[in-house]
Design a protein around this ligand. Structure first.
Ligand SMILES: Cc1ncc(C[n+]2csc(CCOP(=O)(O)OP(=O)(O)O)c2C)c(N)n1
Ligand SMILES: [Mg+2]
Length: 315
């Protein structure tokens, strides 16, 4: 499977998983899908067969709320059955909303932002001390970079010369309630990482060619590497792009789900099957005065009684 095919599958699974569960964070899943797809399509040395190998690479999704993207990549890589993905966020499922280490292939449970880089730096430090050849990859959100612990870990990593550590910042300029700039300005993000002693590469993080080049770029020093990946939150589904509503809102039954699927079908790579709606969903009818265009508050995303009478839905 190519990285483009995997990225499409991650997006399609992400829409289905959040739709069925009433789970949040579809914007964050779509934002990071290309980064995860490229990592799991040849950059990282991971597979179900080598899961127990001390030499295999380590991966941490520090922005754990986009866990559905990792679950989709793992299932598509054979770590568990793709059919399990639809249990996401349901009672009794191991596929919790925030990424869980009970799932095969997941190294660390995350969700409380700001901790993944510290753990990743510890893993990288241990790898160097034990003469192991593995690399550690940590994906952070840009809003997550507001957390002071990120910068403690950044200093630790440069102090100990952790050249086996790569951080990727999913730089979509948004966090949960608003744009980063309006919440806490990150200023010149790449310059900050550089000042903390990191090799810094800045790219378009929704472009697979640029991602692959950034991952393979080698530096002739012993600093850790950060990839500042400029992304679009909601990337791939136009009406979700750069709209903060889709941090928490999920694609509801009706036009929201239909339009999301039909948009994805417009960019479906050859050779990829959609296991949920093999032929797409036709042309969705979008109501002229859809609520969604009038009510962009996060409270509008929480409708606890939705689907209360239907099977398998959130209670
Ligand atoms: C320590 C902590 N504080 C607050 C939250 C609630 N929260 C969940 S997602 C999110 C926004 C994260 O934004 P960003 O890191 O930019 O990720 P994105 O969704 O944009 O990829 C917040 C504040 C959390 N999960 N952890
Ligand atoms: Mg963000």
């Amino acid at each position: 499977m190519t990285s483009e095919q995997l990225a499409w599958k991650i997006r399609r699974h992400g829409v289905e998983m959040t739709h069925l569960s009433g789970g949040s964070h579809i914007g964050a899943i779509l934002s990071v899908a290309d980064i995860i797809a490229v990592l799991y399509s040849g950059v990282m040395n991971v597979s179900p067969e080598t899961a127990e190998s001390p030499e295999r690479d380590r991966f941490i999704l520090s922005k754990g709320h986009a866990g559905a993207a990792v679950y989709a990549a793992l299932a598509e890589n054979g770590f568990f059955d793709v059919g399990e993905l639809v249990t996401h966020y349901q009672n009794g499922s191991r596929l919790s909303g925030h990424v869980s280490h009970y799932v095969p292939g997941v190294d660390l449970s995350t969700g409380s932002l700001g901790h993944g880089l510290s753990v990743g730096a510890g893993m990288a430090y241990a790898g160097l001390k034990d003469n192991k050849s593995y690399n550690v990859y940590v994906v952070l959100g840009d809003g997550e970079c507001d957390e002071g612990s990120v910068w403690e870990a950044a200093m630790f990593a440069s102090h100990y010369g952790l050249s086996n550590l790569t951080a990727i910042v999913d730089y979509n300029k948004m966090q949960s309630m608003d744009f980063c700039e309006k919440t806490i300005s990150l200023g010149t993000l790449a310059a900050k990482w550089e000042a903390f002693g990191w090799n810094t590469v800045e790219i378009n993080g929704n472009n697979h060619g640029e991602l692959k080049k950034a991952f393979s770029k080698r530096f002739d020093n012993s600093k850790p590497k950060v990839i500042i990946a400029n992304t679009v939150k909601g990337f791939g589904i136009k009406f979700m792009e750069n709209d903060i509503l889709w941090h928490y809102r999920f694609p509801h039954d009706g036009w929201e789900y239909d339009l999301a699927v039909s948009e994805l079908h417009k960019s479906k790579p050859d050779g990829v099957e959609d296991i949920y709606t093999p032929n797409g969903v036709g042309e969705p009818v979008v109501p002229e005065n859809a609520d969604i265009y009038n009510d962009h508050t996060t409270s509008a995303t929480w409708k606890p009684t939705w689907r209360e009478n239907s099977e398998g839905g959130k209670e």
